[in-house]
Design a protein around this ligand. Structure first.
Ligand code: GLN
Length: 298
């Protein structure tokens, strides 16, 4: 079979299965199997693929047709220009979340201590440390499997992994002289095991109302961790917990940044106001939808 024949048959299978971006996914899987790129596929459509490659491609297409996410087949997702390992234990990083990272980066000072609550793959914290100077980061998640993935991602993106979580910031963890930014992960049910204070707390918590979960596309509904999606009855459960917990774990003048669902801006803003946060800003994504709320602890 040639590149072109493989691609056409893969695309047809995915279209029949109702996969949204059938052509794109068929191409990306072919690139993955043949370890090649878009230009080569386009320019050399007549090139024969090995039988082993054709077989591997067919089997991946069959999995994708069962609505297994593309990223679970290739094992990676790009975010902020970095590559992250993903699996069924973590939410696949979304492009919308780059808005959250960019908002934090706009205000981040060198040397800040950052807490990423519900870190999942670690994509937010790792990106923040990659694009800033001398900051220290702690990623918290309730899932040990997610944390193992986040650790792998930290190392793969060149960060210095501190194994034991520090008790008090600064006391046991002096990064002077370290060339790589330091990162540490802690298994905790929200703030239960967190100690110390941070200049920045950031989170993209689960925020989908439970009743809405079953209406999501099969890729999300059946293959992404419910733990990473389910925001309980009204979708606001984790915002309430994180906003009140942040009061104890932010330094004076510290800032909290939260990703939100498109219709949660006003509700989350008022939760922050009730807990004494000031300078609250709602930021939209490139689609014009509310995406981030941030505020200062006064
Ligand atoms: N912080 C991770 C992300 O934004 C995981 C978020 C989650 O599991 N809700 O991708």
């Amino acid at each position: 079979m040639t590149y072109e024949e493989c691609f056409q048959s893969g695309k047809a299978v995915l279209e029949r299965a109702g996969v949204q971006e059938a052509a794109l996914d068929a191409r990306l899987l072919l690139e993955y199997v043949c370890d090649t790129d878009r230009n080569t596929l386009l320019a050399h459509g007549e090139k024969e693929v090995l039988d082993s490659q054709a077989g591997a491609y067919e089997s991946l297409i069959e999995k994708r047709a069962r609505r297994i996410p593309l990223q679970h087949l290739t094992g990676v997702q790009e975010f902020m220009g970095l590559v992250f390992a993903v699996n069924e234990h973590v939410l696949i990083p979304r492009q919308d979340t780059e808005i959250l990272v960019e908002e934090v980066l706009r205000e981040l000072s060198d040397g800040s201590r950052i807490l990423d609550m519900c870190t999942g793959s670690g994509c937010i914290l790792i990106s923040l440390l990659h694009f800033s100077n001398h900051c220290q980061g702690m990623g918290v998640d309730i899932s040990g499997e997610a944390l193992r993935t986040a650790e792998e991602n930290a190392v793969r993106n060149g960060l210095f992994l501190e194994k034991a979580p520090w008790e008090e910031w600064g006391a046991s963890w002096d990064l002077c002289g370290q060339e790589k930014a330091g990162i540490c992960f802690l298994q905790s049910d929200l703030f239960a095991s967190v100690k110390g204070k941070f200049e920045v707390i950031v989170s993209n918590p689960p925020y989908i109302p439970s009743a809405v979960l079953d209406t999501l596309m099969p890729e999300v509904r059946e293959h992404e961790p419910r733990l990473a999606l389910d925001g309980h009855e009204d979708g606001l459960y984790f915002y309430r917990k994180i906003i009140s917990g942040s009061r104890e774990h932010l330094t004076g003048g510290g800032r909290l940044f939260l990703e939100i669902g498109y219709d949660q801006g006003e509700a989350v803003k008022s939760l922050m106001e009730q807990k004494g946060f000031k300078d609250i800003v709602i930021v939209k994504d490139y689609g014009g939808l509310d995406r981030v709320v941030s505020g200062t602890l006064s």
